[in-house]
Design a protein around this ligand. Structure first.
Ligand code: 8YV
Length: 338
C-alpha cells in the first residue's frame, strides 16, 4: 500500500527489530520502556493504524471503546493475550494477532530447568556456597535431593508448550500425564507414552509434579484452586511458567508453609503490590524457586517474536490474513498446527 503503516510500540524491543520496524513503518516506540497507562496508550495511538502491545498493556473493553477510529489491528508481542479483552476487540471489528510457536522451545526449557531446580537443590547449592564457612566439603550425605526418573509429571494444558515440556521430561525419565479437554492424537501421545486425563482432580492426586501450560482464560482462572491444591500428593511440586492467576497463590503458599507440598518453582507470581513476603520467605528457605517472568526471555525468541509481529502487521496492512490472527472460535491456535 502507498500509506506507510503508523504504529505505536508500547515497550522497547530488540534493536534489530526496532530498526526493521523503523524502515517499514512510521514507528512510535515508548522509549521510556515503562508500562503505559490506558491514557498514555490512547494518547499515543492518535492517528495510528496499529497497536503493538505486550503483556504489560491492559487492553480492556473501556480502552477498546475509546480507541481512535484509525486503529484496526492489535499486534501483541507475545503468546498469551490475557491482557486483551478479545471479545470486546472483535466486537469493535479489530483484528488481533499474537506471536506463538517461536517461544515454545525456550519456554519449555525454562519449565524443565525449574522442574530440576527444587528436587536437585540447584539454587540452594549456590546460596550455601555464598555463605562463607557453611560448606564443610563433600560427604556421602551432603545436599541430598530427590531423583526425577520414575516420578509422574502432570501437565495441565498439552498445547505447543506443554508438549515440548513433555518431550524434555520424557528424556529425564519422568512418566508423562496430561490434562486437557481434548485428547491429543496418538502421533503426540505414543512417543511420549503420555497418559491423558479428562478429570483434573484425579490427575492431581496421581502425580508428583504439576506443571501449568494453559492460557489464562475465564475457565482457567485459579484452575489450581485451594481445593485442588489440597488434592495434590503430599511432597509434590508445582511449576508455573504460564500466568500467576492460574493458581490460588495464598492457598499455594499455605500448602508450602505447612510442608504438605514440597516446593514450587514459579516464573510468574502475583506482584502488582510487590511479591508476597511469605513467598519470598519460602524462597529464602529454599522451598520456592522464583525467576522473573523469564521463561521466553532469550534474545533469539524476542527477535523471532518481533519478526512475527512485523509479518502480522505487513499482511494485515496489505489486506491479507495475518498468519497469527486470533479468531473467536479459536482464541488459542491449536498446537497441532504449530
Ligand atoms: C512475554 C509471555 O514476557 O508470550 C507470553 O505469553 O508471557 C512472554 O513471552 C510477554 O508475553 C511479552 O508480551
Amino acid at each position: 500500500s502507498a500509506h506507510k503503516p503508523q504504529i505505536l510500540v508500547t515497550r522497547r524491543l530488540p534493536a534489530s527489530i526496532e530498526a526493521r520496524m523503523a524502515t517499514l513503518f512510521e514507528t512510535d516506540v515508548n522509549e521510556a520502556d515503562v508500562a503505559l497507562t490506558s491514557e498514555d496508550i490512547l494518547e499515543g495511538l492518535t492517528g495510528k493504524d496499529v497497536l503493538v502491545s505486550t503483556i504489560t498493556d491492559r487492553i480492556d473493553a473501556d480502552l477498546i471503546a475509546r480507541l481512535p477510529q484509525s486503529v484496526r489491528l492489535i499486534a501483541q508481542f507475545g503468546n498469551g493475550v490475557d491482557n486483551i479483552d478479545l471479545e470486546a476487540a472483535w466486537a469493535a471489528g479489530l483484528t488481533v494477532t499474537n506471536t506463538p510457536s517461536v517461544l515454545t522451545e525456550d519456554t519449555a526449557d525454562m519449565a524443565t530447568a525449574l522442574m530440576l531446580a527444587l528436587p536437585r537443590r540447584l539454587v540452594e547449592g549456590t546460596q550455601m556456597l555464598l555463605r562463607e564457612g557453611e560448606w564443610a566439603g563433600w560427604s556421602p550425605t551432603s545436599m541430598l535431593g530427590h531423583r526425577l526418573r520414575g516420578k509422574a509429571l502432570g501437565i495441565v494444558g498439552m498445547g505447543r508448550i506443554g508438549t515440548a515440556v513433555a518431550q524434555r521430561a520424557r528424556a529425564f525419565g519422568l512418566n508423562i500425564h496430561y490434562y486437557s479437554r481434548n485428547r491429543r492424537p496418538p502421533a503426540v501421545e505414543t512417543p511420549l507414552d503420555a497418559h491423558h486425563w479428562d478429570d483434573l482432580d484425579a490427575m492431581l492426586e496421581a502425580v508428583d509434579i504439576v506443571s501449568l501450560h494453559t492460557p489464562l482464560t475465564r475457565d482457567t482462572h485459579h484452575i489450581l484452586s485451594a481445593e485442588r491444591l489440597g488434592r495434590m500428593k503430599p511432597g509434590s511440586y508445582v511449576v508455573n511458567v504460564s500466568r500467576p492467576e492460574l493458581v490460588n497463590e495464598p492457598a499455594l503458599i499455605s500448602e508450602l508453609e505447612s510442608g504438605r507440598l514440597a516446593g514450587a518453582a514459579l516464573d510468574v507470581f502475583e506482584n502488582r503490590h510487590g511479591i508476597n513476603p511469605r513467598l519470598l520467605a519460602l524462597a529464602s528457605d529454599n522451598r520456592v524457586v522464583l525467576t522473573a517472568h523469564m521463561a521466553s526471555a532469550t534474545l533469539e525468541a524476542r527477535v523471532e517474536m518481533g519478526e512475527a509481529v512485523i509479518v502480522n502487521i505487513r499482511a494485515f496492512m496489505d489486506g491479507h490474513q495475518p498468519p497469527h490472527r486470533l479468531l473467536p472460535d479459536q482464541p488459542q491456535p491449536r498446537s497441532a498446527r504449530g
